[in-house]
Unconditional design. Structure first.
Length: 429
């Protein structure tokens, strides 16, 4: 290499190397001070993009975990209402059993009925007062309208409990019943041979047909009671009467429907004979009825970061616990007959309540499992993000020390290289 006093190539090279080392020291100092290997997208384009997506996923999962925790608290509030209602129903049944015995008189039954009505009022108050963030959890709002009249049972004694349909997009579907039929079949003596006042055992069947929602889904419901005592109607021997109050529950016959319909029949209810030869009686209790609203609350909890209803949401159904939804609205203990009907209605109400409480408990278990899965996902994705962008402090410290030594060497070399042209001046002496 030729020597020149005009240019100083060694100094320029040393200066270039010194600038590079200075940039390296600056970057390594930023890595050590921040603890991150990737501080800007230009540090590692691919890792920066992947890290950004992972951070968004973790942030969403943390919110989903909070959603699941709050949903669990909500269901615990509903379960507390179920527990209190169960205690009230048990006390009501105790009163009904007491009122159903002839060792007390009707005036004494009035005292029992006063407490029984207070229990119903408290159940309705609990249904209205059980809320979470201002939303009612166990309050039903179902209404029935008899569209074409009925010969025996009106909509006041005809109820729908938690009726929903698969494929329906409506949380509270409006549905219509084309007909509801009660039939009585003799299990012993032919009904045609019953004389006035003589009883026989019969089987009551309850059919609800052509149940159609506003979405077009249709299904049927059916149920039966066996060994029901009936007697001939003294006024019309072709008819029969119930000797004891009965409540019949009809459940879905297929997979398209959920829930049940109920009908309460009082003592002395007349069922008209339709086919004497086969000892079968029947009556259209409702030849048309429209139900609006629902006695269930449908809730969706986001436990994922997407919008897939199956993967990212948990749907929870909370059944109503008011007296109408439980089928005890209008019951009383003022007579022995009414007490017997109330007792049976409470039995059905306790069964309905236990079913709804078990559904809530199952949903609580799902939410607990979802929380465990979310926590695992947060830990794993945070670990993956850490390996992408966080610095290895030991390695970064070592590299920083090495760069400092090289920077000092380059600085010393630049000082000496800048003196080379000055040394050439000695040749002119």
């Amino acid at each position: 290499m030729s020597l020149s006093i005009v240019s100083n190539a060694p100094a320029a090279q040393a200066n270039q190397q010194l600038n590079r080392l200075s940039d390296s020291l600056q970057n390594q100092s930023e890595v050590l001070s921040s603890g991150l290997r990737v501080n800007e997208a230009q540090d590692d384009v691919a890792s920066s993009a992947i890290s950004s997506r992972l951070e968004a996923e973790v942030s969403g999962l943390e919110q989903a975990n909070r959603n699941a925790e709050q949903a669990g608290s909500l269901l615990q509030i509903a379960d507390g209402a179920f527990s209190n209602t169960e205690s009230l129903l048990q006390r009501g049944q105790q009163l009904a059993v007491q009122a159903g015995s002839d060792n007390i008189s009707d005036p004494q039954r009035e005292f029992l009925d006063s407490e029984f009505q207070a229990i119903q009022d408290e159940i309705n108050r609990l249904a209205e007062d059980t809320t979470f963030s201002g939303s009612q959890l166990v309050s039903g709002n179902i209404n029935a309208t008899n569209t074409s009249g009925g010969t025996v049972v009106g909509t006041g004694a005809f109820g729908a409990m938690g009726v929903t349909f698969s494929g329906s997009d409506q949380a509270n579907p409006t549905f219509m019943i084309s007909s509801a039929m009660i039939t009585a079949n003799a299990t012993g003596t032919s009904l045609t041979g019953i004389s006035g006042g003589t009883g026989t055992l019969a089987m009551l069947s309850f059919m609800v047909t052509g149940v159609t929602t506003a979405d077009g889904n249709t299904t049927n419901f059916s149920g039966m009671l066996t060994n029901v005592m009936v007697q001939a109607d003294t006024a019309t021997p072709a008819n029969v009467q119930l000797t004891m109050a009965q409540t019949i529950i009809a459940g879905p016959t297929g997979q398209d429907g959920m829930g049940s319909f109920s009908v309460m029949l009082g003592t002395g209810t007349t069922i008209a004979m339709t086919d004497l030869s086969s000892a079968t009686t029947g009556v259209d209790t409702l030849t048309g009825a429209t139900f609006t609203g629902s006695d269930t609350t449908m809730l969706n909890f986001a436990v994922g970061t997407g919008t897939d209803a199956n993967a990212d949401q948990i749907e929870v159904t909370i059944g109503s616990i008011d007296t109408r939804s439980l089928g005890i609205d209008g019951t009383s203990l003022d007579t022995r007959t009414n007490a017997e009907q109330a007792n049976q209605a409470i039995d059905n109400a306790l069964q309905t309540l236990n079913q709804r409480r078990s559904e809530v408990a199952a949903s609580q278990n799902r939410l607990d499992a979802a929380q465990d899965n979310i926590s695992s996902a947060i830990n794993n994705q945070s670990a993956a993000n850490s390996s992408l962008i966080e610095a290895n402090v030991a390695q970064a410290s070592t590299e920083f020390s090495q760069t400092q030594v090289r920077f000092q060497a380059a600085s010393s070399t630049l000082t000496q290289a800048q003196q080379l042209p000055q040394n050439l001046l000695g040749l002119f002496q």
